[in-house]
Design a protein around this ligand. Sequence first.
Ligand SMILES: Nc1ncnc2c1ncn2[C@@H]1O[C@H](COP(=O)(O)OP(=O)(O)O)[C@@H](O)[C@H]1O
Ligand SMILES: [Mg+2]
Length: 209
Amino acid sequence: MQPSTKFITLTSYKGGVGKTTSAVCLSCLFSNYGQVMLIDSDPNRSATAWASSGNLPFKVATENTATRLMAKTHFDFVVIDTPARPAEAEMQELVEGCDLLLLPTTPDSLAMKAMMLTSQSLPKGTNYHILLTMVPPPPQRDGEDALKVLQEKDFPVIKQGIRLLKVYKDAAALGLPISSIKGGKKAWQDWIELAKLSPISELINSEIS
Ligand SMILES: Nc1ncnc2c1ncn2[C@@H]1O[C@H](COP(=O)(O)OP(=O)(O)O)[C@@H](O)[C@H]1O
Ligand SMILES: [Mg+2]
């Protein structure tokens, strides 16, 4: 019997916090371990645009075409990118049947407040984790400070954030995986590290065991 598909959804009330970038990078990461489909359910179709060069190692579908693709092909991982500001009813749908809900947030206070509101709107018992994105380089301490605040408040935050690096914009513009971009190795290292950490490591391990 084929192993079951793992569904990973990214959502946030706030736009511009790295949902699409994280969805594409995670899809690249999961492609090292199995077949991946990214469902681009944002009407802006940013992930679809990134993939349009045909150089990403996974399938990209819209919410309209995903069912047909899934009927024909077995996917080990399905990553779902969503538009900002989901309504409460939509949130319920996003969470249902989802193995992991990721709430990306930048470490600034406005984004963090929006993320906390998003987390409060989740149905009780939702398996969600917070991913800090666009963490500015030292000596700025925004990333560390945000991590500390979230840990003190008992939020399920992933211990390692994603650094703010210019190469992400280049990768999206060129339609390439971050690891294929000149100077992208440093950025890709963050995702390699993320693969070793809970809850991403569990998803990967359940796939390869
Ligand atoms: N780690 C990062 N470092 C630098 N720029 C980033 C990073 N992550 C995302 N960006 C940029 O920030 C902008 C918003 O990111 P995006 O993933 O589109 O957010 P969302 O999908 O939440 O609206 C994009 O221009 C993207 O290239
Ligand atoms: Mg987006």
